[in-house]
Design a protein around this ligand. Structure first.
Ligand SMILES: Cc1ncc(COP(=O)(O)O)c(C=O)c1O
Length: 484
């Protein structure tokens, strides 16, 4: 391990596959000669384990599971068998007509995984659907409880909650919102700043407590401005995904936000679409947080509503879920209320079978422990190999969810001009020259500026492959900034 890490980028080029190996002939495409697929993207032949296999060109090490999805890696026969077995029994059943075993078993399993803090589950197919459902259930909950004025949501800058109109209205992602302003509902979605210690601490030695106190004051001011009795909920990602590049909240922040919500009777809605289902080292990201005055190792900062997706079924089916906490589920149970919401494919048995098989595998194989162990190695190597790079401003993350932010000036944190597409250049160099796939994004410095890449390998990753991922990423970073 140490040997590989001590080699220079130049010599790394000799040990890592690169363009001169002969199978890449067109530098205008990412992975090989233009295929007939979408937008000149390479055509994929297969994916197995930690590798993608394009139709033309060498295999590519998967360091991001697509968009943080493939938590078990690719082509697992046990999961495929579970999906096929379900398909052989029945391929579809309307949730309005039948109870199905996979949905029942998955829901029970999920509820148990929260120590029964979450009490109801709706299974859907995308993160956007789960967020949309959370927003609607919050509104309906306040109708049931005689508080119809609670129609405002407070969400954050530098966030992404999905592509549908409610979820996009909640999102603070400037670029993704821009073309659709005419359809969004800004009068219902209000914004506070993200919790991003790297960019927002007043001084490098502002304490966590002081930093969180400023955030809480800002949130309190938003409640006061709107009238606390009009706020339905606060929506946030416990660890911000693609919008900021794996930014965990400062210690104590989540608990403090929950306390503000509780004080004002608003719901805490956690978007764990990207950071949840094990990605940060606990099954639910909120389980890795401490209650404000809770006991050591308590159950974490329990949300009222929670959205999960991505790692839920690891890409073996399109799966997401809305988990409903005791406050809302209790009213539904006691008063026989039914959520006025439903998709044709809600509670799809095949989706549930896939998610159940993935989650059982994560549990059976003790993969959360591996996420924590390999996550610590990934963090150490990223810091050792990139921490001193003049264009690396910040390295942050949790578990197997790590972001690297690039800056023009390390001292002032000045970002690159968006038009340079620095993160995209790194992503392209990584895949083209060094055969590793990472996820890139822009906007982490605010106003559409700022570049980052995200590293999110499967939970089954080995130390050897973590070393290889970092080595290849370092080579790509060096190559891009040498040329800039
Ligand atoms: C944090 C977060 N929320 C919601 C979504 C939307 O999920 P989907 O793309 O599955 O609709 C995403 C997608 O990237 C996400 O990262």
């Amino acid at each position: 391990m140490g040997q590989l890490l001590s080699i220079s980028p130049k010599s790394a080029r000799r040990v890592l596959p690169h363009k001169s190996e002969g199978d890449i002939t067109d530098s205008t495409s990412d992975l090989g000669p233009p295929q007939t697929g979408l937008n000149g993207l390479p055509r994929l032949k297969k994916a197995r384990g930690h590798y993608w296999y394009p139709a033309n060109g060498p295999k590519i090490l998967d360091a991001c599971g697509g968009a943080g999805v493939a938590c078990l890696g690719h082509g697992r026969q046990d999961i495929i068998r579970a999906v096929n077995a379900q398909m052989s029994s029945y391929t579809y059943a309307s949730y309005a007509h039948f109870k199905t075993s996979p949905v029942q078993e998955l829901s029970d399993w999920l509820i148990k995984s929260t120590e029964h803090k979450m009490q109801k589950v709706y299974i859907m197919s995308s993160g956007s659907e789960a967020i949309e459902a959370a927003l609607k259930l919050a509104i309906e909950y306040f109708l049931w409880t005689g508080q119809p004025a609670r129609t405002n949501f407070i969400a954050r800058e530098g966030s992404y909650h999905g592509t549908t109109l409610g979820a996009l209205s909640a999102s603070g992602h400037v670029v993704r919102r821009a073309p659709f302003h005419a359809l969004l509902v800004p009068e219902r979605f209000h914004r506070v700043s993200a919790c991003n210690p790297y960019r927002q601490r007043l001084t490098s030695n502002e304490s966590d407590a002081a930093f969180v106190a400023r955030k809480v004051a800002e949130l309190e001011a938003a409640f006061a401005r709107l009238g606390p009795e009009t706020v339905a909920g606060v929506v946030l990602e416990p660890v911000v995904g693609a919008a900021l590049g794996c930014v965990p909240a400062a210690p104590g922040y989540l608990a403090a936000v929950k306390a503000v919500c509780d004080r004002h009777g608003a719901l805490l809605i956690l978007d764990e679409v990207m950071c949840g289902m094990g990605r940060t080292g606990t099954l639910h990201a909120w389980q890795g947080e401490r209650e404000e005055e809770g006991p050591e190792g308590g159950v974490g900062v329990v949300p009222d509503l929670q959205a999960v997706a991505k790692g839920f079924a690891g890409g073996y089916q399109p799966a997401s879920a809305l988990l409903v906490g005791g406050k809302v589920a209790g009213v539904m149970e006691r008063e026989g209320k039914v959520f006025t919401h439903g998709h044709t494919y809600q509670n799809h048995p095949v989706v549930a079978a896939a998610a159940l098989a993935v989650q059982k595998a994560v549990e059976r194989e003790g993969l959360l422990a591996n996420v924590r162990v390999q996550g610590r190695l990934l963090e150490r190597l990223l810091r050792e190999r990139l921490g001193a790079h003049p264009n690396v401003g910040d390295i942050r993350g949790k578990g197997l969810f790590w972001g690297v932010e690039f800056v023009r000036d390390k001292a002032t944190k000045e970002p690159f001009e968006p038009g340079l597409g620095v993160a995209e250049r790194v992503q392209k160099a990584a895949v083209r020259e060094f055969k590793v796939l990472v996820y890139h994004g822009q906007g982490c410095a605010g106003g559409g500026r700022g570049d980052h890449i995200m590293i999110m390998p499967a939970y089954t990753i080995s130390s050897k492959l973590v070393v290889e991922i970092v080595e290849r990423v370092v080579c790509a970073v060096d190559e891009v900034f040498r040329a800039l």
